[in-house]
Ligand binder design. Structure first.
Ligand code: AMP
Length: 428
């Protein structure tokens, strides 16, 4: 079969790497891909933007693509699944309406409330309805969120109500373009975060391995929020009892709710959960896709054929399959460009990749580009050094052995990915 993967990040390199190992697969294309997918055995880049739906559709028809897997959110919001399915081809990803769960935080909060799914108390405002007095009357800290897609930057944790007012007003005045026309302001939740990712076929649910990511740029979970500086799997905070609770209180009512709202969901569904000290699994957000960088450690552990799981979901028989996991832990460390998540340089030559390829684990590419056959930086999050180990501590050591072989001007990465799980391992 021929598989097309949409996107150009670390998640898409991991998809391509995994899918290319399947003995059902003859060809893997990535649109537009990165240097890692260009160099990956059995994988070919296609020079089409991930959200250029007409060009993607033409390519899928011309090449008789058997399965398209959507990585990032932009193609989903651009209705790529609808367009490919309308042409009689198979695309694993939610339809436009179901993808609203990611495209609009105000929609998601209203959905959660209506279906009785635990989440932070909140209010939604536009510039016209903004009520400063309401904000002043709340208990700080508060979290201010731009409604639309803001490249992972539209969430501001505010220590005071005054800061929350200023953040909301900056959003209304166009800081994030139209994404900030509507703003959600919600209570700050204490607890430990976990990423809970499942596959859904409209009705049935296949939970994938649990994971935890590190959103802050600096060690000790300090510094600005980013798209994610590293992740590991499994997440020990998700005990078997917590797993059942998240399925029962969050995932099942979400899938049922989407169905009863007339927007049945097919695709990867990612719930960002804040597990409260009392064990309540509060939903922070949904993503209509696999997480990045969670995909990299999770797929390193997946022993099943990803294309078989996607096909089962598209045939609405996800209840008939299981996902088999390597029992070892995996850790992925994101190597970022200096300055990220603010301004950063591009075009720096990356050294040490050949040495890293000799070590156990896998370096997935994200913001990279081939220039004159050299791998250069081309984004904020550049690589994800990912490795397995018998414990999170061992996986962490192996991931840093990989990371430490790689160099370019301004490289930055955290030294403590997995620290919560490692602290738990030390206690045990
Ligand atoms: P989101 O895009 O909504 O997941 O927010 C990004 C990050 O901001 C989350 O992963 C959390 O670390 C943090 N965050 C979002 N909402 C809250 C909240 N209500 N309380 C505490 N932290 C939050």
């Amino acid at each position: 079969m021929k598989v097309l993967i949409l996107g150009s990040g670390g998640r898409e390199h991991a998809f391509a790497w995994k899918v290319a190992q399947s003995n059902r697969v003859d060809a893997v294309f990535v649109a537009p891909g990165n240097a890692g997918t260009a160099l990956e055995a059995g994988v070919e880049n296609v020079d089409i933007a991930a959200d250029d739906v007409p060009a993607l559709l033409e390519f899928a028809k011309r090449e008789c693509i058997d399965l398209t897997i959507v990585g990032p959110e932009a193609p989903l919001v651009a209705r790529v699944t609808d367009a490919i399915a309308a042409a009689g081809l198979r695309c694993f990803g939610p339809r436009k309406l179901a993808a609203r769960l990611e495209g609009s935080k105000a929609f998601t909060k209203e959905f959660l409330k209506r279906h009785g799914i635990p989440t932070a108390a909140y209010a939604t405002f536009t510039k016209a309805t903004f009520d400063r007095a309401w904000v002043t009357g709340q208990q700080a800290p508060l979290v201010v969120k731009a409604d639309g897609l803001a490249a992972g930057k539209g969430v501001i944790i505010c220590a005071t109500t005054q800061e929350a007012i200023e953040s909301a007003e900056a959003m209304f005045s166009g800081q994030f373009g139209s994404a900030g026309n509507t703003v959600v302001i919600e209570e700050f939740l204490e607890g430990e975060e976990a990423s809970f990712i499942v596959m859904v076929d409209g009705e049935h649910i296949l939970p994938l391995a649990t994971s935890q990511d590190h959103k802050r740029r600096d060690d000790g979970d300090r510094g600005p929020n980013t798209g994610g500086m590293g992740a590991y799997s499994p997440a020990p905070v998700v005990t078997p009892a917590m797993h059942d609770r998240i399925m029962r209180e969050v995932i099942e009512p979400t899938v049922r709710g989407l169905s009863s709202d007339g927007t049945p969901y097919t695709g990867f569904l990612y719930a960002g959960i804040m597990i409260a000290p009392d064990g309540t699994p509060n939903v922070l957000e949904f993503n209509c896709r696999f997480g990045d960088p969670e995909t990299q450690p999770i797929l390193l552990r997946l022993e099943s054929d990803l294309t078989e799981l996607c096909d089962a979901a598209l045939d609405r028989r996800l209840h008939e399959v299981t996902a088999k996991w390597d029992p070892r832990a995996a850790v992925g460390v994101v190597l970022a460009a200096g300055g990220y998540p603010d301004a950063y340089d591009k075009g720096d030559v990356i050294e040490g990749l050949a040495e890293a390829a000799q070590l156990p684990g896998k370096v997935f590419h994200a913001g990279t580009k081939l220039i004159d056959r050299e791998v250069t930086t081309n984004g904020g999050r550049v690589l994800c050094a990912t490795a397995l180990g018998n414990s999170v501590s061992e996986a962490q050591r192996a991931a840093y052995a990989l990371a430490d072989t790689i160099r370019w001007k301004g490289i930055q990465y955290r030294r403590d990915i997995g620290h919560r799980a490692i602290a738990r391992e030390r206690q045990a």
